[in-house]
Design a protein around this ligand. Structure first.
Ligand code: ATP
Ligand code: MG
Ligand code: MG
Ligand code: MG
Length: 567
């Protein structure tokens, strides 16, 4: 793990690493608490964070791993604009369907743009007229860049930010066989990356969601705080529960919503509105319909969401919107949801059929969409939710029939076979060997760089702080002299630090004039993999203490044996 080049010893007295004793009041999971307390990140606003120097060191480590694996698996790094012209999104057809996660902006000349949530449009436009012939293929272009998604619920700090760092790669091939090979190379690169980051993770079958396409895998870091659910079986089957039922995102969100519903106990429409994050009198959209088995359903979503017909179909199977008469029979008042009304400015005339409400509801945003609903007649009970919850613990594995177990995971990366979805929509072609112009066969491959930082902390921490995996730690060793004022202890510590650095380790010297307790607490909180403690008494006997952060087991080591002990 050691670097070959000597690194300068970092001094704690120099580093801008403002550690905190108290948990930040708004931190909602361990990584959010610990990264802020360890002086690695600071919150600016919802979903917007600054990375402080130690946090940046971790980000750089992750980026280096990602770059090395991309470069050794055929990737070539580029950097595309973060601000993207709307025109390209119109060409791909996504401008109208992406939904509110896409932050749209207008420039001084009234031209529309969006802040890049992903880059299929830009990269496809890039290769248009540049990659002309099958002889130019395959190509794999990637970048590491800030993305912006106006997530409905930015939370869990770096796990679900609005602005976050992503590595996104795009492959171009002449045919499906070429794509298969490109995809397989990326798969290998991803396994190497997440191994090197020290994650305990699963590769799972995924739903290809909003990006589109026909084959996809996710890399799920196992952690209780994960927002994703993984269904797995001893036979090796593992799938995102979204994919386990071959459904789009809303269904998984319904399951997610179910989990939450059990806690607050949502029984009334007011409680539902509160649960959906809307205020009384605020907007809740509703769709009343009948499933194929004859059960009546009322589906609700917050007013700023679009309901997708396809999503409803996935939720209920075949459905028909209720006729006016059926609604009346069921006691539903069209266009009025009791205390929660319809959005301002949206008028539904008394004589309009429910179809028109549905048409208004049909938007297309699927991602980030929370579903709540119940069988008409029951009052939003958990039982009703069981119908919405998809794969459950103990359900039969689709591969072997044995019972599935469900675990929570953090989606650290995802790879997709896109096929010709974007090249065809945007008319981007190359000349194939047979002289025919054909659309590129594409793949895309994402890694959440900043989310990986949070995932590492979720997976590896204790009551005292972070326990960084060596591969992405901000530095490897912290040398702690039990003295602040210059004396033989600080001198010996500086010497040990220098020797370790000469051997290629990244070393931090805690040269602050602070009490031992403060230094120990900070070292545990920040989570350096190894601490070397230099004290007066030990020095007399020619020894120091070496403490690996992970085990916490202190070991007395002769000064000239420190290098070996750190190894
Ligand atoms: P999620 O299901 O968590 O919303 P996604 O499937 O929408 O993620 P992708 O489009 O697959 O995300 O983007 C690639 C990677 O970017 C994800 O695997 C994840 O690691 C990361 N990512 C996505 N959204 C966020 C976010 N809001 N904050 C931090 N990282 C994110
Ligand atoms: Mg998402
Ligand atoms: Mg996802
Ligand atoms: Mg994804």
């Amino acid at each position: 793990m050691a670097n070959i080049r000597k690194q300068p010893v970092l001094r704690m007295s120099d580093i801008y690493a403002p550690t905190l004793k108290e948990d930040p009041s708004d931190a909602d999971i361990e990584s959010a608490k610990l990264l802020v307390r360890a002086g690695m990140i600071r919150k600016e606003a919802a979903g917007l964070y600054t990375f402080l120097p130690l946090g940046m060191r971790v980000i750089s480590k992750i980026e280096t791993i990602v770059r090395e694996e991309m470069d050794s698996h055929g990737g070539q790094e580029i950097l595309m604009p973060f601000v993207q012209p709307a025109e390209l999104w119109h060409r791909s057809g996504r401008w109208d369907v992406y939904g509110p996660e896409l932050l749209r902006v207008t420039d001084r000349h009234d031209n529309e743009f969006c802040l890049g949530p992903t880059h299929e449009e830009i990269v496809t436009d890039l290769v248009n007229n540049e990659l002309r012939s099958y002889k130019d293929l395959p190509k794999n272009l990637y970048q590491i860049q800030v993305k912006f998604r106006d997530e409905r619920r930015p939370r869990f700090a770096l796990m679900r930010g609005r602005e976050f760092i992503m590595k996104d790669a795009y492959s171009f091939d002449a045919d499906e066989a070429g794509l298969d090979a490109s995809y397989a190379r990326m798969r290998e690169a991803y396994i190497n990356m997440f191994d090197r980051m020290g994650f305990d993770y699963r590769v799972v079958v995924a739903d290809s969601g909003q990006i589109g396409g026909n084959a996809s895998e996710e890399y799920m870091v196992l952690a209780d705080a994960g927002e994703a659910e993984i269904a797995s079986c001893t036979c090796g089957y593992a799938a995102d529960t979204e994919a386990a039922q071959a459904t789009p995102h809303p269904v998984a969100y319904a399951a997610d919503a179910l989990t939450k519903l059990e806690t607050p106990g949502v029984h009334t429409i007011e409680e539902l509105a509160a649960f959906l994050g809307t205020t009384e009198n605020a907007c809740v959209k509703a769709l009343s319909c009948k499933a194929a088995d004859g059960t009546l359903w009322v589906l609700f979503v917050p007013g700023d969401y679009e309901v997708n017909e396809v999503a409803v179909e996935h939720l209920l199977g075949e459905f028909t919107p209720l006729s006016d008469a059926e609604m009346k029979d069921a006691g539903l008042v069209k266009g009025s949801m009791g205390p929660v009304g319809l959005p301002e400015g949206v008028k539904i005339a008394a004589d309009e059929s429910l179809r028109s409400i549905e048409r208004w509801l049909v938007g297309a945003n699927v991602d980030g969409f929370h579903f709540a609903g119940a069988k008409q007649g029951e009052d939003f009970t958990v039982d009703a939710w069981e119908h919405l919850c998809m794969v459950k613990e103990g359900d039969a594995c689709p591969k072997c029939g044995k019972p599935l177990s469900i675990a929570r995971g953090i989606e650290a990366g995802q790879i997709f076979k896109l096929g010709t979805k974007y090249s065809e929509a945007m008319g981007v072609t190359f000349m194939d060997e047979d002289g025919v112009e054909k659309p590129f066969v594409m793949g895309c491959y994402g890694v959440g760089v900043s989310r990986c930082m949070a995932a590492a902390v979720e997976q590896s921490h204790d009551e005292n702080g972070i326990v960084w995996p060596v591969g992405i730690a901000p530095a490897h060793v912290c040398v702690i002299p039990l003295s602040g004022k210059p004396d033989e202890v600080t001198e010996a510590a500086a010497k040990i630090a220098d020797e370790l650095a000469c051997a290629g380790w990244e070393v931090v010297l805690d040269d602050r004039d602070e009490r031992a307790g403060v230094k120990f607490a900070d070292a545990d909180l920040i989570g350096w993999p190894v601490q070397v403690v230099v004290g007066k008494r030990g020095l007399k006997e020619g020894s120091v203490e070496v403490k690996p952060r992970a085990t916490g087991e202190k070991q007395s080591v002769a000064i000239d044996g420190v290098l070996e002990a750190v190894e």
